[in-house]
Design a protein around this ligand. Structure first.
Ligand SMILES: Cc1cc2nc3c(=O)[nH]c(=O)nc-3n(C[C@H](O)[C@H](O)[C@H](O)COP(=O)(O)OP(=O)(O)OC[C@H]3O[C@@H](n4cnc5c(N)ncnc54)[C@H](O)[C@@H]3O)c2cc1C
Length: 451
């Protein structure tokens, strides 16, 4: 029987903030070691100093950006890709503002020092100063990445087009670093600064290479995954079974997902995230896919024998997050996939489990027989709630506080694992707050990354 795990005293979030604070303090130190603001009375000194300082913080911010998307297994397991992507997105805009401030302050500061007009100074910096042109190209690329990442633009673009545009950010980081190497005062004048910045960028880029390229490729080669069968679950949902070599060495758990690339003529160039819909048993993996767009619909016609490349496992939506013995699993629509896998894992432990499966139409309910069998196996309660979001019943609005507490005894003493469409997830989170379930006991998986 699995016992509840005590919450860890210092989580990944704490370590990330501590590392950031230490590095920001060290950058400030480097700035003052390199002369700080110099003689403040001198023309342009304050602006130039601010330019150097914002440049150092911006460079540190770029490293943070790389770390957040490097898919470092420890961070992925602790925080989940959705949260890391959200932080990457949020901090990305701050980094851009810092770098824009760096460009503006440095230009105005140098114009003050040289007693030259701002436009003339821009020309001098761009064409007469070594490697400034490179950094200007880097800046333009970062602006393109930021503009295409704005919500309004993301909604209009295909995911793949946005992703392709986003890859230019790596080029921008490289060009920015080359600029720092040749003109940054902390590089040219300070051996300590040089070691620090090479170490910082080297570590971040090595993490990206190791965890986004080398590890997935080596796992792909070792496991040699292939589709074994495709099972129709409903009019628009199929389950795809995949098997391969040495799957018992893959550290995957119920609730996690992979980025799946099916190596067919039309599909090999795109990878989509799908959660495991069955507990990994060391011999095969299963995903259950709803046809929502081109990529997911194409998987309905995939043939057994097709080679598959799966990058992962990713995600923090696992029983590692448990703090209580009681568990409430809530799945909405195709969001039932990781819930089904979690129920299978919990069935083995025979814990106190309640499952709520929410669909707006009976036709959308999938894997129901499996859920019933698993619930029977460990005495879990299973509620299938059907109806539009506006529906009301004996206990008021469905999935409202009265309805949920009528279905789930001792709800405050449970960890809640919630996965469903964004609207439903947000509504259920509000209900859980109203019922007094502490935020630390609510664990969610979103079927969309930050946009
Ligand atoms: C962590 C996670 C787990 C998921 N698990 C499942 C599952 O078990 N079953 C299931 O049916 N669906 C799941 N999804 C949703 C699934 O990934 C999308 O429905 C699918 O990628 C849509 O692709 P498309 O080409 O069919 O549709 P499109 O019309 O091209 O895309 C629709 C939307 O899906 C998202 N999307 C598309 N491609 C990607 C991508 N490569 N990476 C991230 N987001 C993308 C974008 O927000 C896009 O706006 C999951 C999503 C995430 C983030």
């Amino acid at each position: 029987m699995t016992s509840a795990r005590p919450a860890k005293p210092l989580g990944a979030t704490w370590w990330l903030w501590a590392l950031l604070a230490l590095n920001a303090a060290w950058c400030t130190d480097l700035f003052f070691l390199g002369g700080g603001f110099g003689t403040l009375a001198a023309p342009g000194a304050l602006l130039t100093g601010l330019g150097r300082l914002t440049g150092l913080y911006g460079a540190l911010g770029l490293v943070v950006q790389l770390v957040l998307i490097a898919r470092i297994p420890w961070l992925e397991r602790s925080l989940g890709m959705d949260r890391l992507t959200l932080w990457h997105r949020w901090s990305g805009f701050w980094v851009l503002w810092l770098l824009l401030a760096h460009v503006t302050f440095i230009t105005l500061g140098y114009a003050g020092q040289d007693h030259s007009p701002v436009l003339g100074e821009i020309g001098t910096l761009l064409f007469d100063t070594q490697d400034v042109l490179k950094s200007a190209v880097a800046m333009v690329l970062l602006i393109v990445v930021a503009v295409t990442s704005a919500r309004s633009a993301r909604r209009k673009m295909r995911y793949e087009s946005w992703h392709f545009a986003h890859l230019y950010a790596y080029l921008a980081v490289l060009l920015g670093f080359l600029h720092q190497v040749t003109v940054g005062r902390d590089f040219i004048g300070s051996p300590v600064g040089r070691v620090y910045w090479w170490g910082l960028y080297g570590t971040a880029l090595a993490a990206v290479l190791a965890f986004r390229l080398i590890l997935p490729v080596s796992r792909g080669l070792r496991h040699n995954l292939r589709v074994t069968s495709v099972v129709r679950e409903s009019h628009d949902v199929v389950s795809i079974h995949v098997s391969g070599r040495q799957l018992d060495t893959l550290p995957a758990r119920s609730g996690q997902f992979f980025l799946w690339r099916f190596l067919t003529k039309d599909q090999w160039w795109q990878a989509h995230p799908y959660s495991l819909s069955a507990m990994p048993d060391g011999r095969s993996l299963r995903i259950t896919v709803k046809a929502l767009g081109d990529g997911s619909a194409a998987l309905h016609g995939i043939h057994p024998g097709t080679r598959v490349f799966a990058e992962g496992p990713y995600g923090a939506f696992t029983t590692r997050k448990r703090t209580k013995r009681g568990v409430l699993l809530i799945g909405g629509g195709v969001g039932v996939t990781p819930v089904r896998a979690l129920l299978e894992e919990l069935s083995a432990a025979r814990d106190d489990v309640v499952v709520v499966y929410r669909v707006s139409d009976q036709r959308d309910a999938v894997l129901v027989d499996e859920l019933r069998a698993l619930a029977r196996r460990n005495g879990a309660r299973l509620h299938i709630v059907v109806g539009p979001s506006t529906a009301t019943g004996r206990h008021g609005p469905i999935m409202g506080p009265a309805h949920l507490s009528a279905m789930v005894p001792r709800i405050r003493q449970r960890d809640v694992f919630l996965c469903g469409p964004p609207g439903m997830t947000a509504a259920v989170q509000r209900t859980l707050t109203q019922l007094g379930v502490p935020a630390g006991q609510c664990h969610t998986e979103r079927f969309a990354f930050a946009a």
